[in-house]
Write a protein that binds this ligand. Structure first.
Ligand SMILES: C[S@@+](CC[C@H](N)C(=O)[O-])C[C@H]1O[C@@H](n2cnc3c(N)ncnc32)[C@H](O)[C@@H]1O
Length: 230
């Protein structure tokens, strides 16, 4: 199976993302339009469901959600602040808070950022106690007033392909506290593949740690989380 075929299976939005990248490459849309079209597409698709889990972009049930996201706790090695870049309706922040409290784990203060005004408004309605900690902005253009001990982004495709390295460096340099940890994931990759590790290493940022788990629903794939210490 080719990499393209694998990505098609794993990412329901693959075709849309490819079409938009092509339109940008061919000059049919501007970069601002690229962001706007993506924002509308994902906001509309998340908000077709009433389930808070689906409104954060997860298609599986709560068991699979837990299995794929609990690995984030393995990267938490201290008390501190935690920012989810692309937090949608805040479901991940809410889930991590619940898991951490039930385990008596480290104490984290949660923050979220999303490009979609509607999803951030929904997050604020759902989590009014965190209202002041939920921000609207394009993570590539936005710079936080303060840095965070833990910063998590699910993937780097929140920006056009040729901007991903600059996006990654912007997050590392402007979002992550000195001594803090930057995480990418959990994302899905073929078990044998190390594509993301290789890309980061080729940019001069080899990951300092990672977690890899079986995918459960697709036996040739695994879920991965990488991190880099600043
Ligand atoms: C798959 S959801 C991730 C939800 C949550 N972080 C999680 O892991 O469960 C991706 C979110 O990223 C947001 N997003 C995409 N591009 C972005 C950008 N350039 N800046 C900020 N948020 C962005 C989308 O609006 C969407 O809500």
């Amino acid at each position: 199976m080719t990499n393209k075929e694998i990505k098609k299976i794993m990412n329901r939005a693959y075709q849309f993302v490819e079409e938009q990248q092509r339109a940008l490459d061919e000059g049919k849309i501007t970069e601002d339009q690229w962001y706007e079209i993506h924002k509308q597409f994902f906001t509309t698709s998340y908000l077709t469901s009433d389930s808070p889990r689906a409104q954060s972009g997860h298609s599986g049930d709560e068991y699979h959600y837990f299995h794929s996201h609990i690995m984030l706790l393995e990267a938490i090695n201290n008390n501190g602040t935690f920012l989810d870049v692309g937090c949608a309706n805040g479901y991940l922040l809410e889930s991590l808070d619940k898991w951490i409290q039930s385990l008596g784990y480290y104490r984290l203060e949660f923050y979220g950022l999303d490009i979609s005004e509607e999803l951030i408004q929904l997050a604020k309605n759902r989590l009014p106690h965190w209202k002041q900690r939920l921000f609207t902005g394009n993570a590539f253009h936005w710079t936080p007033e303060r840095k965070f001990d833990f910063v998590c982004v699910k993937e780097l495709n929140y920006v056009p392909r040729d901007k991903q390295k600059a996006f990654f460096i912007h997050l590392i340099e402007n979002y992550v506290e000195q001594g803090g940890r930057f995480m990418i994931g959990p994302y899905t990759e073929e078990i044998e593949s190390s594509e993301m590790q290789d890309v980061l290493s080729s940019w001069g940022y080899p990951p300092t740690g990672f977690v890899q788990k079986s995918h459960q629903r697709h036996k040739n794939f695994s879920r991965k989380l990488l991190w880099l210490d600043n």
